[in-house]
Design a protein around this ligand. Structure first.
Ligand code: GTP
Ligand code: MG
Length: 195
């Protein structure tokens, strides 16, 4: 997809701040620092519209990026960052619950994992949670550039097995560094959003 327009519309912490124009949207989910914001930037060819950081915990709010006046990417704060207080974690949980359980324009969730590592218990819990709410999940195995070509198939298989993906769920190898998987990501997204 040719992106001609991309802008942040709102950094939301509560439901009443969500955009109300009914455009379809896809949300990102995944561990802190895994590469969620980088995924968005790569897809829309912007270096840092979605703010990234080498330190975990950069994204703290639900950030709605409107693309081509046609749909939204929703960047979501990551989970599993040990230095977050219990109170912060509860706040995060509430914010996520409200969003994932009620948002009717949400068409699919991109669950981002680091292809180098086994999915964590948090990842698997997230996957099961999304499936429980009948949300289509696309697992994006990112940082593919960090794994030698000869080992990629093995890593991808491990990810697939540990999530125990349902037949309709897609696992997509991706790199925000090299752009591998970008075209496939767009065609998957278009299909889910009916664009
Ligand atoms: P939080 O907002 O803190 O939850 O993090 P995030 O998931 O949005 O991660 P972010 O996109 O900020 O990226 C974290 C770090 O990983 C940054 O230093 C990125 O440059 C790096 N990174 C992201 N994707 C890739 C990738 O595909 N390959 C490589 N080599 N590095 C990546
Ligand atoms: Mg982020």
């Amino acid at each position: 997809m040719k992106v001609t327009n991309a802008e942040i519309v709102i950094s939301a912490v509560s439901e009443k701040q969500y955009p109300t124009d009914q455009l379809p949207e896809v949300a990102l989910a995944g561990r802190s620092n895994v590469g969620k914001s980088s995924f968005i930037n790569k897809l829309i060819n912007r270096k840092n519209l979605a703010r990234t950081s080498s330190k975990p915990g950069k994204t703290q709010t639900l950030n709605f990026y409107k693309i081509n006046e046609a749909f939204y990417f929703v960047d979501v704060p990551g989970y599993g960052y040990a230095k977050v207080s219990k109170k912060e974690r509860q706040k995060w949980g509430k914010m996520m619950e409200t969003y994932f359980e009620k948002r009717s324009s949400l068409k699919a969730v991109l669950l981002i994992t680091d292809v180098r590592h086994e999915p964590t218990n948090d990842d698997i819990q997230m996957y099961d949670y999304l499936k429980y709410y009948d949300l289509p999940v696309v697992v994006i195995a990112t940082k593919l550039d960090k794994v030698p070509k000869s080992k990629r198939a093995k890593h991808l298989k491990r990810t697939k097995n540990l999530f125990d993906l349902e037949p309709e769920d897609i696992l997509l190898p991706f790199s925000a560094e090299t752009g591998e998987g970008k075209d496939e990501a767009w065609s998957i997204l278009r299909e889910y959003m009916g664009l």
